[in-house]
Write a protein that binds this ligand. Sequence first.
Ligand code: ADP
Length: 489
Amino acid sequence: STSCARSLGLVRLHRTGAHLRVLFVASELPPLVKTGGLADVAGTLPLALEKLGEEVVVFLPGYKNIAVENGKKKKVGDGISTTTIGRNIPVYFIENDELYHRNGLYGDSGGDYPDNLERFQFFCWKILKVLKQLKIPVDIVHCHDWQTGLLPAYLKSVYHADPFFQRTKSVMTIHNLAYQGVFPKAGFSKLGLDKKLFSAEGFEFYDQINFLKGGIIFSDSVTTVSPQYAKEIKMVKFGCGLEGVLQHHKSDVVGILNGLDYATWNPETDPLIAEQFSAEHIHKKYRNKQKLQEQSSLPVKESVPIFCYVGRLVHQKGFDLLADAIEELMKMDLQLVILGVGEEKYHTLLNRLIVQYPNKIAGHLEFSESMAHQVYAGSDLFLMPSWYEPCGLSQMISLRYGAIPVAHKTGGLADTIVPFDFSKRQGNGFLFEDYLVEDLVAAVKNAVSVYHDKDIFHQLITNAMKLRFAWDDSAKQYQKVFKRCLALG
Ligand code: ADP
């Protein structure tokens, strides 16, 4: 009954004192399921919050390819099974073979699945049902990206008067604003929401349904993955049509940088590189440079700087800018190693350039975890000209491996890379402000000249390798956001 549920909530609060119960809802979670950057956050943040003493419960769609060991996944109800991660974090899977037993998560080679609206509607709807059924009251529903965008709206409308969710607040975290979950308006009647919510103040977006827009509007707080990206998405240039909604949200968009998994990315212990090295023994990095030059069929020369690019070969990552700059870069005394897969036209271009400049460009046009480690370890400099970058992981990795970033000053790149200051010997990289070929080329030129000042470049590598972007710090900032949400009452 109503009063019973309310007192359940109160009892729990008295019993547990200050700690929060956070429901973490994402559509990916490694090592169970992963396609991109979101997965890195989803896999680490629950564990970091648990370490800080919070109670975390995770919900995921019960995809076909979930890598749970046999016997470790238990059925706990109709269409719901569970396993555990971290010390004691229950992960619940919303099962529905018709919706989730497919080869891809969101689509296949034919494009997005045509029933993604139904697939993620069912997911969000069922989560709230299961919470009630299993009597798991939560303080915070932490939503990630458009797949979870219906949850804040369900809490604010369908469950508005339900005492079970009386204290529950929702937080929407945006990992990449370009992906919004947009569907034809005919599907609105399937969402279980009042027709009124298909409006400019709700889910309507140019006469279509926009899951992320609704998620932003109905959540109590919005965060994204870097302070600079939090500012940028409120501007037309990077707002993807949602800048107005973000500007007018009742709480300001908070930017919280992702952390890096320093256990995996540690040049002192990395088993995938030719020789392990540390900030104190940077000279050992050169064995890795040699190895990379050999693997890339480039002349083995210590004095020539190697620039590398590790990432998807797409416009978002600034590959169009790099492609336009390559002829200019080839006039300089440098080597360029590219590890990535992406758009067909860039594969074609690179295959041509590799033949044209065999002593200067090498392409590893594949996705290879082990090659990535060797490329970061063996390179002197790291190119990241992203057009926009919500947070970016690879520049954090390159810093840890002493490959000095040369990057476009945007999003998380602006927050993690500090331009080198010669007089103070501080900073860790090079940034260019305008997204222009000549600015990228000028930044590379500058980096090459600094590279030849051995003493200064040594200082840069030391600064870079000592930096840490810790998940514990990020988790503490999320905690603050959660507490502020709850204090708002
Ligand atoms: P995004 O998630 O937008 O692609 P990030 O910089 O946040 O970009 O993360 C990219 C991650 O994927 C990094 O860990 C990077 O090392 C890795 N990666 C990208 N391309 C490749 C590749 N071809 N082979 C191996 N690792 C790759």
